[in-house]
Write a protein that binds this ligand. Sequence first.
Ligand SMILES: [Zn+2]
Length: 57
Amino acid sequence: MSSVKCKGTTKSGAKCNREAGYSGYCHTHDPKAIAERETQNQALKLKSKLALLGSWG
Ligand SMILES: [Zn+2]
């Protein structure tokens, strides 16, 4: 069984050397995982914004 390497690249532009999952990307570069992380970040940002505005009652 040969392990598949991730198709993504690191921040420095080098090829990612991690083992890839189903998507052909490692956990860090999996588009799905990235989208999920971004959604979480957005939610966190929104929360802190609302907290700043004092909209929580
Ligand atoms: Zn990767």
